[in-house]
Design a protein around this ligand. Structure first.
Ligand SMILES: [Fe+2]
Length: 229
């Protein structure tokens, strides 16, 4: 797990540069008038990959009811969070949010560990980056260790860019019914529901890292909100 603790120095610099760029844009003169506040429209940069992801997720997950509600809530959250990313990364985040739980689809289930089943299927479809993001979302590596599937999950390189942490943030802040939740309460609920089983053991170990990701993303969002609101 030591690589998870790496400081993402280069990326932190990029994030700070991104915030500075947004601040500069917000204060620069516009063709229509004086300096003012401008908001980036993420929807304008969503492209074919996100549309495919949405159609695929709907086809495979809508029959699952609450799971589909959760996924739609995570996508809404991801779209809100996407403003901390560059346009191309925002599109990747949206697509990954649609598909992060696709491994729950009965047609795709092989090992019963949804991040791995989803990632393998996405790799077969030719979406390698989405496969890697899905494989490792929300601390999946911890549960893979508890289930003895760490070697299998390692078939997918873990991405340490901000988009990966934004995906985890979006998932952790949305409950099973698609509504926003407190992430700590969500994780504690998993521990309570699963008792001594693998998901609960994994969450106990993963919780410090996951809550650290939540704090980091919220800090960036707060910084950007301070520019625009
Ligand atoms: Fe999820």
């Amino acid at each position: 797990m030591s690589d998870r603790a790496k400081p993402w120095c280069a990326e932190e610099r990029r994030t700070l540069a991104r915030v500075a760029e947004l601040k500069a844009a917000a204060n620069s003169p516009t063709p229509d008038g004086p300096p003012g506040k401008r908001r980036q429209s993420v929807s304008l940069v969503e492209t074919g990959r996100a549309a495919w992801a949405e159609q695929t997720a709907q086809r495979l997950l809508e029959p699952l009811g609450r799971r589909w509600q959760h996924v739609q809530g995570v996508v809404d959250q991801a779209r809100r969070v996407a403003r901390i990313l560059d346009a191309d990364q925002a599109e990747v985040l949206t697509a990954a949010a649609w598909l992060h739980d696709v491994g729950y689809a009965p047609a795709l289930a092989r090992t019963g560990f949804h991040p791995l089943d989803g990632a393998r299927w996405l790799r077969e479809q030719g979406h390698e980056r989405l496969a890697c993001l899905v494989a490792h979302h929300s601390g999946a590596g911890y549960e893979a260790e508890e289930r003895g599937l760490h070697g299998e999950l390692a078939e997918f390189p873990e991405e340490h860019l901000l988009v990966a942490r934004a995906l985890t943030y979006s998932d952790l802040t949305v409950g099973p019914d698609g509504r926003r939740v407190d992430p700590q309460a969500r994780l504690e609920d998993v521990i309570e529901r699963y008792g001594a089983a693998a998901p609960a053991r994994a969450i106990r170990r993963a919780m410090p890292e996951l809550l650290s990701i939540v704090r980091e993303v919220e800090a960036i969002l707060d910084n950007i909100s301070a520019v625009y609101e």
